[in-house]
Structure formats: C-alpha cells, structure tokens
Design a protein around this ligand. Sequence first.
Ligand SMILES: CC(C)(COP(=O)(O)OP(=O)(O)OC[C@H]1O[C@@H](n2cnc3c(N)ncnc32)[C@H](O)[C@@H]1OP(=O)(O)O)[C@@H](O)C(=O)NCCC(=O)NCCS
Length: 149
Amino acid sequence: MIIRSAIRSDLGAILRLLRELGDETPTHPSAVRMSSAAVRAWTRIETDEDRTVLVAERRGQIIGTLDLLLVANLTHDAKPWALVDNVVVEAGSRRGGVGRALVDDAVDRAARAGCYKVEVLSHERRHGAHAFYTTLGFDNTTEGFRRYL
Ligand SMILES: CC(C)(COP(=O)(O)OP(=O)(O)OC[C@H]1O[C@@H](n2cnc3c(N)ncnc32)[C@H](O)[C@@H]1OP(=O)(O)O)[C@@H](O)C(=O)NCCC(=O)NCCS
C-alpha cells in the first residue's frame, strides 16, 4: 500500500469513498455522480497550496482518503495549525492500518509545514472513529460546536 497526494483522475474513487461517511443520500456505489460542483471544488483544492487530499492505494485501487488543510495563524509565534477531515477507509479494508497510515502521513506533512497542532472533529455518534483517533494520540479534551448553514 502507498499513501500519496491525490490527482484529478482519483476524483471518482474519492467521491465513492466519501459516500461511506453517510452525509448524503445513499446511492449504489457504482452510481456516484461526478457533479460539476465537485469538479469545480477539486480545481480549487488542487490549486490551493495549503490543501492536500491524500489517498491510500493498494494494487491500483483507492481504498482510503483524507483531507488535510494547513491554516495560517497569528498566535503561537505565528505557527500554522492543521485540520484533518474526510477520513474514510473502505469498509472491506478497515482495521488493517490504512487509516493509521493516512493520519501518520498527514501529521508528518503538518509537522514539516511547522504546524503546532493537528485538529480533527468527529461527530459524537462515531464511537469507532473516536477510538481510532485516541489510539493515534489525539486527546479528546475539547468540546466542539458546529452550526450547519
Ligand atoms: C475510522 C476509520 C478511518 C479507521 O480506519 P482503519 O483503517 O480501520 O484504522 P486502522 O486499522 O489504522 O486502526 C488503527 C487503530 O485504531 C483503533 N481503531 C480503529 N478503528 C476502530 C474501531 N472501529 N473501534 C475501536 N478501535 C478502532 C485500533 O486500535 C486500531 O488498531 P488495531 O486494529 O491494531 O487494534 C475507518 O473505520 C472508517 O473509515 N470509518 C468510517 C468513516 C469514519 O468514521 N471516518 C471518520 C470521520 S471523523
């Protein structure tokens, strides 16, 4: 398995994986629609030097993804911080170290960029994800608030 930065031709596989987050109306996995909005969003992402979408690839198949955002900052000696989001490993490949490899790679990138912290938010119902992040050294010490628009 390799972890690498995603390229445009990975977009369909990434969108298929993101369906597993269950944030949208479920569709058959083969019926993922690559909307023009998603393609426009990808164009913004790939030209943003503070944004990296990672993929885990095994035998030519994309089996996991993660979105890393570096945020410029005025506190902590103006060191940036990093946000990790949209972490998904395909259901059949879980508990095999793929998620850990994705997060480790993201944390390495954040450290190399001089970040002083990496943040991740996870819905309170995602108990498996909470155990995952705790195992990887993230402290559950903050209360998160979210207002959907
Ligand atoms: C959360 C997720 C990304 C973890 O990916 P993964 O490849 O299965 O994770 P790993 O195999 O690298 O797990 C590393 C360690 O984290 C812990 N862990 C991972 N998933 C866990 C779970 N469901 N329950 C308890 N501990 C878990 C274990 O200690 C594991 O090591 P072990 O398997 O040797 O015991 C994956 O389960 C997933 O895609 N879930 C659905 C989407 C989701 O919830 N994403 C997070 C959104 S915030």
